[in-house]
Structure formats: structure tokens, C-alpha cells
Design a protein around this ligand. Structure first.
Ligand SMILES: [Zn+2]
Ligand SMILES: [Zn+2]
Length: 376
């Protein structure tokens, strides 16, 4: 028996050695629901206190005032690129000073709000919406609402583009237009969920020369997709329900992370979800984040895919002319199809809710990186 025991121990030890090294963080079983009716009612509770909802308490706050918690609002603006920090720790005071007013003004401009520098109700309602974790401003330069000409001078076709790029305008190289993607093995996504991502990729391949194919080789894939919660090793921790929903890195990094704490809806009509629900349409978020993976930054065009926020219970998956113009600056059009077929007018867009239902008690759902727990 002794020799057998020794053999067994040795075998187990060797078997352990043969396993691949564990990832830096443990993959999660994300909250993926086949449709909205599969979301347990218990998960709809407490969403009014989720995300950045505490910022609503700053209503009536004015320049020159000191209000407990304003430092957290400054951290929010710092996180998304609207404020510089004098220290790497991002320490801010609770003073409503000029730098905060400047950040508010830039934010208001980017989101097409009245540019006042005040924390008015419209601004606060927008600030608390869930959003993409990618910043709107990188290196202190905003191009999100710069009004670039997207058509030749004199053309009457959509005269202004609001799409943007990452600093340095990175893109996948011209010799690498057939990209592979893979899912973090530990997430164990089913076929239906993987098809959601395939459809999201297809929306971009229809208007560019790019192609996307799934591979089982996660380590070698160009694009690596994973659900994580909290701190997952890239300095961009997720923040739990709402707040930031996902983030993605610029080319040729290829990392695409989603917050596993959200209530992701894989199929069915997400717009029929209960008003108490924080149901988030997975495909809508995927189409947005793939735009980042290909090199697009945020756009101030509210109807565009690359707008930073998306309300919960909203489906928004079709590229607009602003998205198509931006991606075709990087890659050109699809030589095998008529790009105009993939571009829909504002009236045709498959979107609902975000522009008509935004109100004080509408919890928006956006894609982004989380840092909430450090804030609130
Ligand atoms: Zn984004
Ligand atoms: Zn990440």
C-alpha cells in the first residue's frame, strides 16, 4: 500500500505540474440570462443605490461651496479623463472649485447638454447613467465632440462627424485584417452567448475589409473576451452592478472585458424588462466594445454605437453613419458589399428607450470599467 500511495502522490503532483499556469484572476460565472423573464426578481432590488446614484445628492450644489463627497465626483471625472490629478493617488478636495466647473463644462459639451458648469438636474441625470469604462478624454485632449468634417466641404451628406480615435490612431495593420477571437475558457459560455458576439463582430465586418473568426486557442487569439468581477489584474477593476459595464483596449491589444456582476441578457426583447430591472443587452455592449478593439474612441452622437452610455433595457446594435464613417477612415469599406446597406438612418435604427425614457429615475446602463467601490 505504501508504494501505491507514493505512486498516487507522485502522479497527482506531476499532473498538477502539467496543468497550465493559473490565470492571474479566477474566471467567473457571469450572470447571463437567456431572456429578461429569466432574471430573478430578487436581483432587481437595490439598483437605485447602485452605480453612481449617490451623485444625485449634489443637486443644488454651486461653485465655491464645499460639499462632502464632491471629491468622489472629481475622481469620476478624473477616471474618464475630464480632470487632471496633482498626485498619482487622485486625491481631491470636496471643494466646488474652478477645475471641477471646467470638467463639468467639458462633460456637458461632450454629452450635448447645456454648457453651464453647474450640476443641474440634466447633468446629474446623465452622470449617474451606467457607461463604458473607457475614458472619453485621453491625455487631456477630447475629440469626442469636435465636429470633424466627415464629408468634403460643400457636400450635403452628413457634414459633421463626431467619431474619435485613440491617441496616435492605432489600428490593426493592413496585413492583419483576418482576426481571430476567443473566450476566456473559465467562463464556459454556451453557444447562444457566443453567437451574440459573432453577430456583433459581423456588424463591423459588413462595413470594413475585416473578418472575425472564433478560435479555441485563447492564448493565440487576436481578440480575447472574458467576464470578470472586481479587480482583475489590469488596473481597471469592475464595480459591481451598473456603473461601468465593460471595457476594451486599443489595437493591437485585443483585450475585451465585461463586468460579470451585471445582469446580461443574451436573447429576447430586453425592452420588455421590468422597470425595476437593470437588464443589459449583451449584444449592444459587445458592438460598442468591438469598436474600441478596432480603434474607435467615443462619439458625442447619442444615436451612435460609440456613444459612451447605454440605458438599461435598451437595445442598440446597428451602426450609424457616424460609426461607419469613423471605422472606414481606419480601414476603408468592405470591398465585397455595398456599405450603404449596412448604414441605417436615424429612423431605422434598432434602438429604444435611451433618448425618450431618460429621466430622473431611469437607471441607464452603460459599458465601462469599474471603480465604484473605491468611490461610494
Ligand atoms: Zn466605450
Ligand atoms: Zn479589464
Amino acid at each position: 500500500m505504501k508504494s501505491l500511495s507514493t505512486f498516487t502522490t507522485s502522479f497527482v503532483f506531476l499532473a498538477f505540474l502539467a496543468l497550465p499556469l493559473p490565470p492571474l484572476t479566477t474566471p467567473v460565472n457571469a450572470r447571463l440570462f437567456p431572456n429578461v423573464s429569466a432574471i430573478p426578481p430578487s436581483l432587481a432590488a437595490n439598483i437605485r443605490s447602485a452605480g453612481w446614484d449617490a451623485f444625485r445628492g449634489f443637486a443644488g450644489c454651486h461653485p465655491g461651496e464645499a460639499r462632502p463627497g464632491l471629491s468622489k465626483l472629481k475622481q469620476y471625472f478624473h477616471y474618464f479623463g475630464y480632470m487632471q490629478s496633482s498626485s498619482s493617488l487622485g486625491n481631491f478636495t470636496d471643494d466646488y472649485d474652478d477645475s471641477l466647473a471646467d470638467a463639468i463644462r467639458t462633460y456637458q459639451k461632450n454629452f450635448n447638454l447645456n454648457v453651464t458648469g453647474d450640476l443641474d438636474s440634466a447633468t446629474l441625470s446623465h452622470l449617474v447613467m451606467p457607461r463604458c469604462g473607457n475614458p472619453d478624454i485621453v491625455n487631456g485632449t477630447t475629440s469626442m465632440n469636435s465636429g470633424k468634417a466627415s464629408a468634403p466641404v460643400g457636400s450635403r451628406l452628413h457634414a459633421v462627424g463626431h467619431y474619435s480615435f485613440f491617441p496616435g490612431t492605432p489600428r490593426w495593420p493592413s496585413g492583419q485584417l483576418d482576426l481571430t477571437y476567443a473566450f476566456l475558457p473559465g467562463n464556459n459560455l454556451d453557444a447562444k452567448t457566443r453567437q451574440v458576439f459573432a453577430r456583433a463582430f459581423q456588424r463591423w465586418s459588413e462595413v470594413t475589409p475585416l473578418t472575425f473568426n472564433e478560435t479555441s486557442n485563447y492564448r493565440r487569439a487576436n481578440i480575447r473576451i472574458g467576464f470578470y468581477t472586481g479587480d482583475h489584474g489590469d488596473g481597471e477593476p469592475f464595480d459591481g452592478v451598473m456603473g461601468t459595464l465593460a471595457h476594451a483596449f486599443s489595437p493591437p491589444n485585443g483585450l475585451f472585458h465585461l463586468d460579470g456582476a451585471e445582469n446580461w441578457v443574451v436573447g429576447g426583447d430586453v425592452t420588455t424588462a421590468s422597470s425595476d430591472s437593470d437588464a443589459i443587452d449583451l449584444e449592444s455592449v459587445a458592438v460598442h466594445e468591438i469598436g474600441h478593439l478596432l480603434g474607435l474612441g467615443h462619439s458625442s452622437v447619442e444615436e451612435s454605437i460609440m456613444y459612451p452610455t447605454i440605458s438599461s433595457r435598451t437595445r442598440k446594435v446597428q451602426l450609424t453613419s457616424d460609426d461607419v464613417s469613423g471605422i472606414q477612415v481606419l480601414y476603408g469599406s468592405n470591398p465585397n458589399s455595398n456599405a450603404s446597406e449596412a448604414t441605417t438612418s436615424t429612423q431605422d435604427r434598432e434602438t429604444s428607450g435611451s433618448s425618450t425614457r431618460v429621466g430622473n429615475d431611469l437607471v441607464g446602463a452603460i459599458l465601462a470599467v469599474g471603480f465604484l467601490s473605491a468611490f461610494l
